[in-house]
Write a protein that binds this ligand. Sequence first.
Ligand SMILES: [Mg+2]
Length: 733
Amino acid sequence: MLHQALNVKVNNVVSFVGAGGKTTAALRLMEELAGIGRQVVFTTTTRILEPIPRENEYLLLADEEEALTQVSRLLTRYPKVFLAQRRLEEVDPTALGESDRDYPMRPNKLEGVPPSLVDRLAQRLSEAVILVEADGARHRALKAPAAHEPVLPASTTILVPMADLAVLGKPLTEEHVHRPGLVAGLTGAALGQPVTVEMIATVLSHPQGGLKGLPEQARAIPILNHRAEDRPLDDARQIAHLVLQNKRIERVIIASLRAPEPVLEVITPKARVAAIVLAAGESRRFGQPKQLLPVGDKTMIQHVVDIVLDSPVEQVIVVLGCRAMEIGTSIADRPVQVVVNQEWKSGLSSSVRAGLAAVKPEVDAALFVLADQPGVTTEVIAKIIERYQETRAPIVVPTHRGQRGNPVLFDRSLFAELMRVKGDQGGRQVIAEHEDELEEVEVQTEAIFADIDTADDYQTANLQSPSFNLHPPTSNSINSLIIDLDGVLYRGDEAIVGAREFMALLQREGVPFLLLTNNSTRTPGQYVTKLGKMGIVIEESDVLTSAQATALYLERIARPEARVYAIGEEGLRAALREKYTIAEERADFVVVGMDTGLTYEKLRVATLLIRSGARFIATNPDKTLPTEEGLAPGNGASLAALEAATGVAPFVVGKPEPAIFDLALARMGVGKEGTAVIGDRLETDILGGQRAGLSTILVLSGATSRQELENSTIKPDLVFENVRQLYEIWPKS
Ligand SMILES: [Mg+2]
């Protein structure tokens, strides 16, 4: 049906211009609309032949003020009202001989109404459709508008430029074309030349042709009247595709206006839709970031993003806010555009704005997908987009058993309105304001209602995989942890938020863990005391320092009676004393750890020993040491001095070298599989974990800032603000 192809809604003003069947199209549309219970006013801003009203029709000849009061009254009794100002004496000679007319007409013409009256009527008649013949063509098949044409009401919502395909191949003369000189001017053709496909397309889509005066808000839908039903549609299709190169043209209807079914084909440009995945929320009622909950063998955000990527969308935008880094890390390998909404706390509308701002200019519509609706399928999304493609409705909403759900699609024409929404409203307000233009599409799943807001929802949705899955890309569930101390559990003498709860949780759940530090100056006993003051209760065997690791390493390579010269503090000395002779002379090993009492004498002795063949071993390579005043020299600085003096590079036990991780795994009695390193330094904790073949988790509570993470080539598997976030998502029995 024509009204469906044009997607005519109540309160629309449909203006017909051009040539080749405007009156026929308008009358046809009038019949269809009345047939579905609409009130219709058919008028003209130029002149038309006088229709002879039939049943349920009324011809009102009235001046402007009278028309305003009469039309709405008449519409309650007659669903179809013809409106003109007055009857003219002028007789159309061509009208007399027309036997193929299926609507009774008198041979005389009616003088139309001023376009301003149509605008005023459109304001008053919120329940009616107004059809306007806004151009004259003297029964020719093609025309270009003169300076005073068309007479287009500003309230036009659908502009229908028309041409009759019968003109193809006919000479560009008065006989076939109204104002052939103007057509020649628009197309560059010579008068008398046969009319081509390209010429018709140019006239219909030209801003001084078929689109002349097109109001900003109006949709343009040309109709190609194809009267010769036995002729192939190839030419018509070719014209349609040429015409659609003009972006203002929404679709082209190929019609045979007197056939029982007038619409032969509707040709639309492929709708380009951007999906905006809204994932910035805080999961307040959930108590943990639901975007990272497992769904099958993925996180929820990965699952939703993958479904969207499989759908017929042009662009995928993911809006993050709360915990943007960790959620972003989870989808870093997906070809999506991540937008961080810094204003996420101010509500959903800020995410809508952030998403819309990233939509590519050539995209026609945006589909808002909720990150907590994992049950929405590619089929549902495809169906919504398909309906949009058919109707170009400003809003398409999925329904199930008549009830509306998500995701909702908005045409670009509503982007500005969406941008103005405030607070937590989302699109609701805009939907309410466009209720009558909205298109519903019924889908076969309740998933369009089911968002995951609470733990109960999550359980009910039955999405949880058997094992908690922190690292979905490799499907490695994490079940043991190597945890760095400084910057992870504390800073200075202060515990980091969540550290106490996290450590207590690991102990309660029996998760194997080891506290691993590159600091060689303290003994495990000193760490037990330090952590104890913060309320974190551990045992000495829970700690492995680089000093201890160095001693363990020496056990593997040194004879029991080996002599060791050590630069370092109590932590290192205590670890070595148990097993080895600490000696300056004839030492087999020079072991160097952080020593705040470092002297030239110590460097001199070490240099001479290394030069005479002692093995050069270092606890850790950290070049600097953060202090309250700034960065002070770390053990790496002492190593550099010795390396310069000896030309020998040390064997480093501590992070990022794999040795200390191997020792840690041996101490814990676990394998690499399922073990993760948590640390605050990219170049030691994370790089070391990666070299050792472990999963890696960076916390931003210590030495590394977000910016540094972004700039670094070392990328951890997961990123958290602090261990509190890890605590929140860790499964609890
Ligand atoms: Mg650290």
